[in-house]
Design a protein around this ligand. Structure first.
Ligand SMILES: CC(C)(COP(=O)(O)OP(=O)(O)OC[C@H]1O[C@@H](n2cnc3c(N)ncnc32)[C@H](O)[C@@H]1OP(=O)(O)O)[C@@H](O)C(=O)NCCC(=O)NCCS
Length: 169
């Protein structure tokens, strides 16, 4: 049966160890890897995934939340330093896509990150992620290229920026 978010709210809560197993399963999805493009070299490497997330959990500078709905862990969202700037990233389990969850989660997450400008990067063809960012006030401020592990080629990406009060400075 198709997942519904009619009942209950999309919520953020602190990440607990048990969530990591759900995040691992969610990031295995091939089409999601293609979509995100900038992924780990081997998403099926559970030990590498757990080690990476353990270091995230230990790093107090990284703001990270589990996205939660009706008792389900539906994804995760985080803010971390990347290329010298504070950036955000998020991942929603495939069965929950297209229901406004990423948009609601990002809107709830932004007040936790009290630094502006705040940045995000997305491969140019990740239409869903681009819409999520635009709906939350981010606008394109640049472009870059990078190697996509998921696609095995260099891909073009947009750099998005959110300024003070949603304005870009
Ligand atoms: C990208 C992603 C976060 C979107 O999550 P989501 O919960 O489905 O997003 P929402 O439901 O909030 O959708 C926001 C908007 O994007 C649109 N959208 C979502 N996925 C889309 C897709 N695959 N193609 C076209 N539009 C899409 C929605 O229609 C909506 O637009 P609208 O309000 O104008 O109708 C999710 O697909 C995902 O986690 N993908 C894998 C990981 C990834 O790409 N992370 C981001 C890396 S930059």
């Amino acid at each position: 049966m198709e997942y519904s978010i009619m009942n209950g709210q999309v919520q953020l809560r602190d990440v607990i160890e048990d969530d990591l197993h759900v995040f691992f399963e969610q990031q295995l999805e091939r089409s999601a890897n293609h979509m995100a493009a900038f992924t780990s070299k081997d998403p099926s490497d559970r030990a590498a995934f757990m080690k990476h997330w353990e270091s995230i959990l230990e790093d107090e500078k990284i703001i990270k939340k589990t996205i939660y709905h009706n008792g389900q862990v539906v994804g995760n969202i985080a803010s971390f330093g990347q290329f010298g700037n504070p950036e955000i990233s998020y991942w929603i389990g495939k069965q929950y896509w297209g229901k406004g969850i990423a948009t609601k989660a990002l809107r709830k997450f932004l007040p936790y990150v009290n630094v502006r400008p705040l940045y995000a990067r997305t491969v140019k063809d990740n239409v869903g992620s681009i819409r999520v960012l635009e709906k939350c006030g981010f606008i394109v401020c640049g472009e870059d290229k990078g190697f996509s592990n998921a696609r095995g080629i260099e891909v073009e990406e947009y750099i998005f920026k959110l300024g003070i009060n949603g304005e870009v400075h």
